[in-house]
Design a protein around this ligand. Structure first.
Ligand SMILES: Cc1cc2nc3c(=O)[nH]c(=O)nc-3n(C[C@H](O)[C@H](O)[C@H](O)COP(=O)(O)O)c2cc1C
Length: 474
C-alpha cells in the first residue's frame, strides 16, 4: 500500500488558514514572485508529492458584511494571481511533479480553455490535471458578464455539455499522428487527420476543429471537487480523481463507498477513480514541540477572516450573528457541501464561534498534529478508515509547513515504504496518480462522446484496454 500526496495551495496570501500569514515563519508576502513558487515546487517534489494542486476562484469573497473589505484586510484569497500562467516555469524547475489546475467551466468558452490546457499539457509533457469547478460566487457572476449566478444544479447540467465539447476537442478532433512536420513533402499537419467537431447543443455551438493538437494525455487528468448530490453525479460521469473534505474519516468512508457504488452503476470501474482527502499537518521533532507549534499558530488566528472564508464558500453572511448563535441551514446557490458540513452535522450544532475556530487552521479539513511517527500513524489510520487513496495537504504557515513535511514526514513515509516509487523517466500525471496508461480509460464516458470520429475512438479504446506505458504524443 502506498499513499499519494498532493500539495494543496493557491496563489494568494491566505488559502485555508486565515491570519497565519502573520506567523513569524511565514514568507507568503512573497506570493507574487516566481522565485517563491519555483522554490515551493522543488520542495514538494523533493518531499515526494505527486502534484502541486492549485485552487482558483474567479471572484472576490464579499459575502461577509456585504463587502470585500474583510477579504482585502485579511488577504483572504485576495489578491489572487492566475495559477495557470506560472505552470510552465514551475514545470521547468521540476522533473516529475504534476500540476493540478483549477479552471471553472462557467465563465469561459470551452474552445478557449481546451487550447490552453492542451498547451500546458504539451509544455509540461503531460504533467497537468484539470480540477473542474462550476464556481459558486455571485461576485464572479457579476464581474464576468452575468446578472447573477446560474442556479446550482443548472451549472452542473451546463458543465456536462461543456465536458462533452472538451472531450470532442481533446479526443476526437485530431487523430493520432496528425502532426507530420515532414520537410520532404512539405506537409506539417495531415488535414485528413483533423476533424471539425460539429457540436451543436443546448449551451454551446462549436463547429470547428481544435486549434492545437492534443498533448501527451489528450484529455488532462480530470479532478473534481463538488460533493452535493448533483456534484457527486457530475463526478461519477467525469472525474478520474475526486477531492473530498471531512474531518471524520467515517463520514468520508460513506461518501467514498457511495460514490464507488454509483461509478459501478454507471459502468465504470469504481477502483479506477482515486479519492484525495484534504488535511493540514502540524509536525515537529516531538509531540510536545508540535503541540507548542499549534498553540503558537492559534495566536495568529483571525476570526473575521475565517468568517470571510466561510461566507465566500457558502454564500452565507454570519456578520450579524452573535458568537454563540447556531449556524442554521439555508438553500443557497453557492457551495452546498461546504455549508452542509456545518449545518447538517449529526454529531453537533455548530455556533458561529465553533465555525470560526474550526476553519481557522486548515479550513474545512482535519488537522493532524504530532511528531513524525504520530502524523504518519494518523494518515494511515485516516486512509484505512475512509478508503481514500491519498491526501491533498494544505500548509498552515506557508511555505514553512511544506518544508517541515519534507524534513519530518517524508523520511517516516519512506521508512515505511508508503510513498509511491518514482520511475526514472518522468511519466504523465495520469500514469503517476492512477497507475494506468497516459490516456482516459475505455470505460470513461469521453470516448463515447465523438459520434463523428468513431475510427479514432475505436483505436483509443483498444489502446486504453492495453494501456501503453509511454509518454509519446498520441
Ligand atoms: C475540496 C474542494 C475544493 C474546491 N476547490 C475549488 C476551487 O479551487 N475553486 C472553485 O471555484 N471551486 C472549488 N470548489 C467548489 C466546487 O467545485 C463546486 O463548485 C462547489 O463545491 C459547489 O458544488 P457542490 O455544491 O456540489 O459542492 C471546491 C470544492 C471542494 C469540496
Amino acid at each position: 500500500m502506498t499513499i499519494h500526496f498532493n500539495a494543496f495551495d493557491m496563489v494568494v496570501p491566505v488559502h485555508q488558514s486565515p491570519g497565519l500569514w502573520r506567523h513569524p515563519d511565514s514568507r507568503i508576502e512573497e506570493f507574487d514572485t516566481l522565485e517563491y513558487w519555483t522554490e515551493l515546487a522543488r520542495t514538494v517534489e523533493r518531499a515526494g508529492f505527486s502534484s502541486l494542486f492549485l485552487a482558483d476562484i474567479p471572484g472576490v469573497y464579499d459575502v461577509y458584511g456585504g463587502t470585500a473589505e474583510a477579504a482585502a484586510k485579511g488577504g483572504v484569497q485576495f489578491p489572487l494571481l492566475d495559477p495557470q500562467v506560472m505552470v510552465p516555469a514551475l514545470a521547468a524547475a521540476t522533473t516529475h511533479l504534476g500540476f493540478g489546475l483549477t479552471a471553472s467551466v462557467t465563465y469561459e468558452a470551452p474552445y478557449a480553455l481546451a487550447r490552453r490546457l492542451a498547451t500546458l499539457d504539451h509544455l509540461t509533457r503531460g504533467r497537468i490535471a484539470w480540477n473542474i469547478v462550476t464556481s459558486y460566487q455571485e461576485s464572479a457572476a457579476r464581474n464576468l458578464g452575468l446578472s447573477g449566478q446560474i442556479p446550482h444544479d443548472e451549472r452542473y447540467d451546463r458543465a456536462d455539455e461543456y465536458l462533452e465539447v472538451m472531450y470532442k476537442l481533446f479526443e476526437h478532433s485530431h487523430e493520432a499522428g496528425s502532426v507530420l512536420a515532414d520537410k520532404s513533402t512539405g506537409v506539417f499537419v495531415d488535414p485528413e487527420k483533423v476533424h471539425p467537431i460539429s457540436h451543436r447543443g443546448e449551451w454551446f455551438d462549436v463547429p470547428g476543429e481544435m486549434l492545437t493538437h492534443p498533448g501527451p494525455q489528450r484529455t488532462p487528468l480530470l479532478f473534481q471537487a463538488g460533493s452535493s448530490a448533483r456534484g457527486q453525479k457530475f463526478a461519477v460521469d467525469h472525474a478520474e480523481a475526486i477531492f473530498v473534505i471531512s474531518s471524520s474519516p467515517q463520514r468520508l468512508a460513506h461518501q467514498v463507498a457511495d460514490t464507488r457504488g454509483k461509478l459501478l452503476e454507471a459502468g465504470r470501474d469504481p477502483e479506477s477513480v482515486r479519492f484525495f482527502a484534504m488535511a493540514t499537518i502540524i509536525v515537529a521533532e516531538t509531540q510536545d514541540l508540535a503541540q507548542a507549534r499549534l498553540a503558537e499558530c492559534r495566536d495568529y488566528v483571525d476570526t473575521a477572516s475565517a468568517l470571510t472564508l466561510f461566507g465566500g464558500w457558502t454564500g452565507v453572511d454570519l456578520s450579524g450573528l452573535a458568537e454563540d448563535d447556531v449556524v442554521s441551514d439555508v438553500q443557497t446557490e453557492a457551495n452546498q457541501s461546504a455549508l452542509a458540513m456545518f449545518t447538517k452535522d449529526p454529531a453537533k450544532r455548530w455556533t458561529v464561534r465553533d465555525v470560526a475556530e474550526f476553519i481557522s487552521i486548515g479550513g474545512r479539513g482535519p488537522l493532524i498534529v504530532g511528531d513524525p511517527v504520530q502524523v504518519v500513524d494518523e494518515l494511515v489510520r485516516f486512509q484505512q478508515l475512509s478508503g481514500v487513496d491519498g491526501f491533498n495537504i494544505s500548509a498552515a504557515v506557508r511555505p514553512a509547513d511544506f518544508e517541515r513535511f519534507e524534513t519530518f514526514v517524508t523520511p517516516e513515509l519512506r521508512r515505511r515504504g508508503l510513498l509511491p516509487e518514482r520511475p526514472q523517466t518522468p511519466v504523465t500525471l495520469r500514469e503517476a496518480l492512477l497507475e494506468e496508461g497516459p490516456h482516459l480509460r475505455a470505460d470513461h464516458p469521453a470516448p463515447r462522446c465523438g459520434a463523428g470520429a468513431q475510427r479514432e475512438a475505436r483505436s483509443r479504446i483498444s489502446s486504453a484496454i492495453a494501456p501503453a506505458k509511454s509518454r509519446d504524443s498520441p
